[in-house]
Design a protein around this ligand. Structure first.
Ligand SMILES: *[C@@H]1O[C@H](CO)[C@@H](O)[C@H](O)[C@H]1NC(C)=O
Ligand SMILES: *[C@@H]1O[C@H](CO)[C@@H](O)[C@H](O)[C@H]1NC(C)=O
Ligand SMILES: *[C@@H]1O[C@H](CO)[C@@H](O)[C@H](O)[C@H]1NC(C)=O
Ligand SMILES: *[C@@H]1O[C@H](CO)[C@@H](O)[C@H](O)[C@H]1NC(C)=O
Ligand SMILES: *[C@@H]1O[C@H](CO)[C@@H](O)[C@H](O)[C@H]1NC(C)=O
Length: 456
């Protein structure tokens, strides 16, 4: 019995060694002299070592999750103009009494620094900000607005946006396209910022005059206080913008997560929108009322000034430090549009232009000197009609990894997928023989194999 088992158990590996496509094993088996057998054996061991080293190296490379970024430039016939949000450096205008001025300064201080400094009677801050904010009126604060130098725009093309630190801002979002490179085909706007009526308290760090603007994608909420660029009075700024589309990789290669891109109030996912929803919900949960700058959540009661000062403002400041993107579960977007802008400035208005602008304003109190300290101009245009795309991709792809490993196997020991099946078959036959074959059959096969092996 024991001998029969051995002979059959020897036969299966022998057949394997004779037929396998692994050349090293074949050479060991075929070599007659022991020294040559040993040589082949050592050679096979060495190349196996090299093979394992290389394969571990390939896997480590893959699991490092490195990425490469392919940057390409695509030229197009036309480009849709982006949205522009413009804020004044001053929040409240047309304050009639000194007491009101003092009260709004105290309110601004409380909103900016999250500290209560005064008692406020309860009224709707939202309405107050809208009413006392920087109003856009044709020929009064909006001096000129044109697109492509041909179509004029007016104050009704601007949408009001409330922000906490910059008050009432305005978003210009018209779906016009730019069809030529450069300055002449973009948006040109000029404003009166009403510096002579500024009410911010310089003691609270409000020293600037002019506008702050942000060029952004229409479906991304603006964050002018964070990303805005400034233009001072007496200047015309030319913002040459360039559109870049970025495609980020999903985890673990990159920061984005497509399954996580569902927002309640925004159809397009963006990090600012996600952070905003996160913070707004936390504030509503904690203060049980909504901030004046929140445009959604119409079912929730609006906070009174007292609640804003006592709860919302300190809470918002704290959340900025304690609830970052990780705590809020907000990832970078998978697809992102960025507008890079470079600014250059000229004096505005020129001495001659002042002569032309004074009749438009039609106010005897306004002089050429007034224009120099109150007017701001802004052009926004694409520098070239092209889009830069930056596509992030895996540095080592799965098929790259497989062919790499396959190549290593083939190079070092001549194994292919077929050989793997040969090895599997070897194990299957050995197992099958040892476990499943009944004893009587084993005896029979032993006899047959004895007969077979006799003539050899
Ligand atoms: C913009 O260009 C595309 C082709 O790139 C064209 O189909 C489309 O009509 C153009 N739009 C305008 C407003 O010219
Ligand atoms: C300023 O406020 C008064 C009432 O308080 C109003 O009559 C006037 O129209 C306002 N002026 C501007 C420019 O809004
Ligand atoms: C407003 O504030 C200034 C300076 O803090 C103070 O001198 C003035 O009395 C205040 N006016 C009113 C009406 O409270
Ligand atoms: C604010 O109001 C509280 C009570 O409503 C009062 O005790 C406190 O003196 C007031 N503070 C100021 C600065 O008016
Ligand atoms: C509100 O926020 C404060 C400070 O972040 C926290 O101590 C408090 O527990 C919160 N209250 C609720 C009801 O979430």
């Amino acid at each position: 019995m024991a001998t029969s088992k051995e002979s059959k158990a020897e036969k299966i590996p022998r057949e394997f060694a004779e037929n396998t496509s692994m050349h090293g094993i074949l050479q060991i088996h075929n070599s007659k002299r022991l020294s040559i057998k040993a040589f082949w054996f050592i050679l096979v061991l060495t190349v196996m070592g090299m093979l394992i080293y290389q394969i571990v190296d390939r896997f480590l490379e893959y699991f490092a999750y490195k990425t490469t970024t392919q940057i390409s430039e695509r030229y197009v016939q036309n480009l849709t103009l982006p949205a522009i949000t413009i804020c004044n450096y001053n929040r409240y205008f047309n304050l009639t009494s000194e007491a009101e001025k003092n009260a709004t300064q105290a309110l601004s201080f409380a909103l900016d620094f999250g500290e209560r400094v005064d008692n406020f009677s309860d009224f709707s801050l939202r309405n107050y900000m809208k009413e006392k904010g920087w109003q856009l009126k044709d020929d009064v604060t909006l001096i000129y607005c044109a697109i492509n130098e041909l179509s004029l725009c007016d104050a009704s093309d601007f949408e009001p946006v409330l922000t906490n630190t910059l008050g009432l801002c305005w978003t210009l979002n018209i779906p016009e396209v730019q069809k030529r490179d450069g300055y002449k085909d973009g948006i040109q706007i000029s404003f009166n910022v009403l510096q002579s009526e500024y009410t911010e308290n310089p003691l609270y760090g409000k020293w600037e005059a002019g506008i702050k603007f942000q060029v952004h994608s229409p479906d991304v909420p603006p964050q002018v206080d964070v990303y805005g660029q400034s233009v001072g009075v007496g200047l015309w700024a030319s913002a040459a913008i360039h559109k870049t589309q970025v495609q980020n990789m999903y985890a673990p290669w990159g920061p984005c997560d497509r399954d996580n891109e569902n927002l309640q109030f925004h159809s397009t996912y963006s990090l600012p929108a996600c952070m905003r929803e996160c913070h707004d919900k936390l504030i509503i949960a904690n203060c049980s009322c909504r901030d004046p700058s929140m445009i959604h959540y119409s079912g929730t009661r609006e906070c009174t000034v007292g609640e804003v000062v006592d709860c919302v403002a300190p809470q918002r400041l704290e959340l900025q430090f304690t609830f970052g993107p990780n705590e809020c579960g907000c990832s970078q977007p998978c697809d992102e549009v960025r507008y890079a802008s470079s600014l250059s400035y000229s004096t505005f208005p020129s001495q001659n232009a002042a002569v032309g602008i004074l009749p438009i304003l039609n106010d005897p109190a306004i002089t050429a000197d007034y224009l120099k300290t109150n007017l701001v101009g802004l052009s926004v245009f694409y520098d070239t009609l092209s889009i830069t795309t930056a596509v992030e991709s895996k540095a080592v792809t799965e098929s790259g990894l497989i062919s790499d490993i396959g190549g290593q196997f083939g190079l070092w020991i001549g194994i292919s997928v077929v050989t793997l099946f040969e090895i599997l078959r070897l194990f299957y036959r050995l197992l099958n023989y040892h476990l499943c074959t009944p004893d009587e059959e084993k005896e029979q096969t032993q006899e047959i194999s004895n007969i077979e092996s006799q003539p050899v």
